[in-house]
Design a protein around this ligand. Sequence first.
Ligand SMILES: Cc1cc2nc3c(=O)[nH]c(=O)nc-3n(C[C@H](O)[C@H](O)[C@H](O)COP(=O)(O)OP(=O)(O)OC[C@H]3O[C@@H](n4cnc5c(N)ncnc54)[C@H](O)[C@@H]3O)c2cc1C
Length: 471
Amino acid sequence: MYMFDVLVIGGGNAALCTALVAREAGASVLLLEAAPKEWRGGNSIHTRNIRSMHDAPQDVLLDAYSEEEYWQDMLKVTGGLTDEKLARFVIRSTSNCRGWMQKHGVRFQPSLSGTLNLSRANAFFMGGGKALVNAYYRSAEQLGIEIRYNSPVDSLDVEDGQFRAAYVGGTRIEAKACVLAAGGFESNREWLDEAWGINELGERPAKNFLIRRTRFNNGVLLKQLLGICADSVSDATQAHMVAVDARAPLYDGGICARVDCVSFGIVVNKHAQRFSDEGEDFWPKRYAFWGRLVAHQPSQIGYSIIDSKVLGRFMPPVFPGEKADTLEELADKLGLDREDLLATVANYNAACRVGTFDHTAMDDCHTEGIEPAKTHWALPIDQGPFYGYTLKPGVTFTYLGLKTDETAAVRFNGEASRNLFVAGEMMAGNVLGKGYAAGVGMAIGTAFGMAAGAEAAKSVFGKRGEKYAAA
Ligand SMILES: Cc1cc2nc3c(=O)[nH]c(=O)nc-3n(C[C@H](O)[C@H](O)[C@H](O)COP(=O)(O)OP(=O)(O)OC[C@H]3O[C@@H](n4cnc5c(N)ncnc54)[C@H](O)[C@@H]3O)c2cc1C
């Protein structure tokens, strides 16, 4: 039976970057994608951009976004739960990976109007992540990478930390090296439920979570590897979690279900009480926190409420929210207690200290004397019609993953495997212990996908330790 040099498990951005680089380095490559062809590409097909370091304006990127500023952003959003060496490795990789991406057919465009504060730091994919994934698959086919769809790997044969083979159903597939790029465990609702357990109200929060994309990232291999003492990072409750429209489907609501008006109004829970600072930071650095904040509220539900003054300042949700001429009517439509909502809004309005409103800057409109404070963009909610959106936690991807270093090697009791590597969501927790900044998922997947591909090829050709230079 023919043995491939490098086996890549997964079919999203990280897997494709891995496969392409390994092939460019001369390895024969087999890629196994769990999904059927029409659903290929994992979470990556829903993406829009990659956060990119640059020292001067580039084609679609304005001004500069230095390594230091990028790093400070990472430090802030993760609250220090990040590995500086690996975070800087990712940051630096984003300064020169776009040429390689373009070589494989990815096209970029300036940010769309309404995408707040991203035109400087983030390069947008023309046609979105779907076009990126399609371009990579086309390139992979042209380069002779073998791709098998409908091929979920259900277990690995690993001996003394070294990869021997993968199993798809009863079929054993051997390779000289293997790269795991099979996503997190966000689609595995039982595992999410086990991780989140029961809250102080006796509820099982994870029962109310929606999954923003693929149903194929079940974490089967992550679980197996953790079971055989692969070194791990982060914990099972940490994830990129967005507060999404509660009407979104259980899987694959994608970007359509996002509600981006949080910083322009207030968010209340089912008791019509505010519970967090809606104006803490720019939305791209906060949106991935709100799913978790809502997950900690009773019944895991929230309500984003705005007035007419702020319409047109954010990307409008695809699905219209509730609209009402009065707050009483809005409360009725959202199923909130009228008196409680009126009291919350009245307190908030009275606390607003309006300076010069500027949604493109950390402005001076803030509240005084209420808890929680709203520290920026605090305008009274007083101009009808009013709008309300019901929110649920939407899990994008989980952070519990495999510990690694710049070589992307999986580690067992601190020892790096010689031929088993990891990229993408399966190791994102090395960089993202918690929190998120828009565009970092694709940055991690691209940087470590390319590194894993190079290292896997080198392990086959006996050249580990040499530096890979993308052609
Ligand atoms: C709606 C949405 C919007 C997003 N927008 C952005 C954005 O604009 N910028 C950004 O940086 N990030 C964004 N992200 C996050 C981003 O999608 C991920 O960080 C990134 O795509 C992860 O890439 P990956 O290759 O690790 O995982 P995925 O793209 O999820 O790929 C995992 C692959 O593994 C396959 N697989 C799973 N289990 C197995 C198995 N056992 N055997 C074989 N194959 C298996 C899956 O089918 C899938 O193809 C977004 C995510 C979502 C859901």
